[in-house]
Design a protein around this ligand. Structure first.
Ligand SMILES: Nc1nc2c(ncn2[C@@H]2O[C@H](COP(=O)(O)OP(=O)(O)OP(=O)(O)O)[C@@H](O)[C@H]2O)c(=O)[nH]1
Ligand SMILES: [Mg+2]
Length: 379
């Protein structure tokens, strides 16, 4: 097989040269247009190049044609020759392109074979975590870290234990409501979050626990005046528990109510459920929060919410200085991966979780060990 390059000012001329030189059996391997001369390919003369091949046996150029008037014909490789040098940037360009394509393909292979690189026990744990709604990226990171720690020493138990430890570390130590032993330590907590997640119920649970069990002086304030039922709901709880409740319509009224309760250990502020898609409502909520100046803001999220929606909700509350996370309705779902995702992405501390409608029983300080066990355990 002989391979040759033919250069001419038009493609037709270049093809003609191929036919004249190699005959009709020539196979065209490649054609390209390039600029000759000029700076870095600019301002040069446009030329056409055809690379053709022919079997040795049929390669019988007419001697007359070959010997005369063929200055642009060069055998490949043409290193060191004028046209060969011309060709170098082009080859390098193609090489660069191929390299980048190759590395793209390699990364894709890496991602898809990523899992196969892990031992079987780890692959199984990955599946479990994914089924429990742990973000793919996070699940893989946890596995890689486990792999680093355990090496090939792993067994199903050690893998799970190792993952649990990592999850517990990400979830951090939860921060419930605490009181200083000495001095002024009033805790002013506002609960915010989307509609229907259980803010009011959680407030009732907290109020009852701290007032009845811990004998703290507790007051409730509600800024949720959108629905009569909402006010009545909290008033009823207040009456049952035996603690005062104020209903405020403006940020000013909120401040006035707070001024009345300087003697209280704990003031819980209920807010109306905000659709995170309604910016007007979010601005109003912010003005209540600013007026209150709470010690902590609890963002209440339902564990039953799809993680993607939860992400949107968390983002929409980014203007409010949320300090803690509360997850409700753990009794209604067994996949708690979203809790891990949110904590991992927001770096906020967990505070409480609730698992049922009963006031005050169905609330507890979030337990990272239990949550980790749920996340790495089969459903
Ligand atoms: N299963 C279950 N239901 C709960 C839990 N917490 C609250 N709920 C129920 O969820 C519903 C809504 O609770 P609310 O406390 O009114 O929710 P909210 O966030 O105050 O709602 P809005 O004020 O409308 O935004 C009620 O039926 C509660 O009983 C929980 O942990 N588990
Ligand atoms: Mg409510």
């Amino acid at each position: 097989m002989r391979v040759k390059r033919y250069v001419a000012e038009t493609l037709q001329d270049a093809m003609l040269k191929v036919k004249m030189d190699m005959g009709k059996d020539a196979v065209i391997l490649h054609t390209r247009k390039f600029k000759e001369g000029g700076f870095f390919g600019f301002f040069g003369k446009v030329m056409f190049e055809v690379t053709a091949a022919v079997e040795d046996t049929v390669y019988s150029p007419a001697p007359a044609v070959h010997s005369k008037n063929q200055p642009e014909v060069h055998a490949l490789p043409a290193n060191g020759e004028k046209d060969g040098q011309e060709e170098m940037p082009d080859i390098q360009e193609e090489l660069k392109e191929m390299k980048s394509m190759l590395s793209e393909v390699m990364t894709q292979i890496d991602v898809s074979q990523d899992l196969k690189a892990f031992p079987k026990s780890m692959q199984k744990q990955y599946q479990i975590m994914i089924e429990n709604d742990v973000e793919d990226r996070l699940a893989k990171k946890l596995l890689k870290d486990a792999m680093k720690k355990l090496g090939q020493e792993e067994t199903a138990e050690t893998v799970r234990e190792c993952l649990d430890q990592q999850i517990i570390k990400i979830l951090k130590k939860p921060k419930p409501i605490t009181f200083k032993k000495l001095g002024l330590s009033q805790q002013l907590i506002a609960l915010v979050g989307p509609t229907g997640v259980g803010k009011t119920t959680t407030i009732a649970k907290l109020a009852a626990t701290f007032s009845i069990v811990d004998k703290k002086k507790v007051a409730l304030i509600t800024a949720d005046t959108y629905r009569v039922a909402a006010v009545e709901q909290l008033k009823t709880y207040g009456e049952i528990i035996g603690i005062p409740i104020d209903v405020v319509y403006t940020p000013q009224e909120l401040q006035d109510a707070l001024a009345k309760h300087t003697d209280k250990d704990l003031i819980l502020i209920d807010t109306a459920g905000r659709s995170h898609k309604n910016t007007g409502q979010m601005i109003e909520l912010q003005s209540f929060i600013e007026a209150a100046g709470p010690t902590d803001i609890f963002l209440v999220l339902s564990a039953t919410t799809k993680y993607k929606d939860m992400q949107d909700i968390v983002n929409s509350y980014s203007d409010i200085e949320v300090t803690r996370l509360v997850f409700t309705k753990l009794d209604e779902t067994s996949s708690l991966g979203a809790i891990l995702n949110v904590v991992s992405n927001t770096q906020k501390c967990l505070s409480y979780v609730t698992a049922g409608q009963n006031v005050p029983d169905d609330i507890e300080v979030a337990d990272p060990v239990k949550i980790a066990n749920m996340i790495t355990g089969e459903r």
